[in-house]
Design a protein around this ligand. Structure first.
Ligand SMILES: [Zn+2]
Length: 253
């Protein structure tokens, strides 16, 4: 029963994450006005705004202008619902649950905005670190030293990779947004997990590039946003980081 409640809660949050993903890059308020169709701007009544269900009932179209609504909307809602349940199953009903749910919701927002606009917005990172520090002040979820070193190592390693990329490829291959993003993520993940999870994110990027090249969706030199892959690597490590690391150590020792 509680799992269903968490799933519904997660989908409702996902609905709000969609609003953030759409409006934050446009510098629009995420509170006012209420949800609108991205095509015709007509206000969407609450009974047509039920996560996932409305999308299916309305056949993925706006009731007013009949234009297609992006698949991103139900996808983010579903993802948010599933990850909320997974986080509950992993951490149980305690402070860690709040800490990691907030982290995961920020990862969804950042990943999707980067995918769509190729931007990692400073404002969002600012709120993300603020939320992490705030929750940790109240609940002491992660030791400050672990979070602090995570922040510094995350930022430093990414900065070094950015510099290296600039020297080798003679152009900006990794943006400062990615550097700041990994620093903030390092706060949440702690220093032990931030480097392996970002490394995992890079591996995912490489796999995606190979697949996209094979099916000719991209050409050499095309821009690939790193944010969604780093976010995916971080997500996987929140849940299975320990398992992956143990497996890795068994392989190398
Ligand atoms: Zn419409």
């Amino acid at each position: 029963m509680i799992i269903i409640l968490f799933f519904i809660f997660g989908m409702l949050i996902g609905s709000f994450l969609n609003v953030c993903i759409y409006r934050l890059p446009l510098k629009k308020s995420i509170i006012y006005p209420s949800s609108r169709c991205p095509h015709c701007g007509v206000s969407i009544p609450f009974y047509h705004n039920i996560p996932l269900i409305s999308y299916i009932i309305l056949g993925g179209k706006c009731k007013n202008c009949l234009k297609s609504i992006s698949l991103q909307y139900p996808l983010v809602e579903l993802l948010s619902g599933l990850l909320t349940v997974l986080t509950y199953l992993k951490f149980g009903l305690n402070a860690e649950l709040i800490f990691y749910l907030v982290f995961i919701y920020f990862l969804i927002i950042i990943g999707f905005i980067d995918l769509k606009t190729h931007l990692i917005l400073n404002n969002i990172l600012f709120f993300m670190i603020g939320a992490g520090v705030g929750i940790n002040l109240i609940f002491k979820t992660i030791p400050w030293i672990e979070a602090g070193i995570g922040f510094v190592t995350g930022g430093a390693v990414m900065f070094f990779i950015a510099l290296l990329g600039k020297v080798i490829f003679k152009k900006e291959s990794l943006g400062m947004g990615d550097v700041k993003f990994v620093a903030v993520a390092g706060f949440y993940m702690g220093w032990k997990m931030i480097i392996p999870s970002v490394y995992f994110g890079f591996v995912l990027t490489l796999i995606a590039i190979i697949i996209l090249r094979l099916i000719s969706k991209i050409k050499a030199g095309d821009y690939i946003p790193l944010g969604p892959f780093i976010a995916s690597g971080l997500l996987i490590f929140v849940f299975w980081g320990n398992v992956i690391m143990n497996y890795y150590w068994e392989l190398v020792t």
